[in-house]
Ligand binder design. Sequence first.
Ligand SMILES: [Zn+2]
Length: 204
Amino acid sequence: METARERREDPVSKLVFELSKLPGIGEKTATRLAYFILKQDSAYPEALADAILSAKRRIGLCRSCHTLTDGETCRICSNAQRDRALVCVVERPPDVQSIERAGRFRGVYHVLHGVLSPLEGIGPEEIKVRELLDRLQPAEVREVILATNPSVEGEATALYLGKLIKPLGVRVTKLAHGLPVGGVLEYTDRETVGRALENRVEIQ
Ligand SMILES: [Zn+2]
């Protein structure tokens, strides 16, 4: 068996090791990917490394909605056609893309970057709750749509946010049922997401 030191020094092992840190990639897949990359001529690994580095350097969080963007403000927040009085709260940046793909939402977003999860030590301070409440203060917001995933943590987070937001005098709704239970917004088809959005329900 190879030692940790050998693993660090052997370039192929090092590549497999780094690839295996990616979500959903075990050592077997990492090995396959590594050999695929090494089989290509050098243009591909260079383009891949460059794409990763330049995305990491240029992409930050929108200062308004906290989704990923290469500017100070994302394209959605800086679009004058979008309704700023309607804020859709989602867990992660890919959820913004899912709702955008459904093509029925004309408001703006707020990305929490996670959900409350006491077991994993994730409380309101660890996600963008304070930033959301700050946005809602000036009474310019008419409705907040809570579009967290229909998982236990997602539902608990929506409940928590609803209790904080309702006293501010803002209408609070959540996506209609119809989304698969435990399903992830990111992988739900656009028709289902569109319908869940249109048939959203008031939180009491
Ligand atoms: Zn934005």
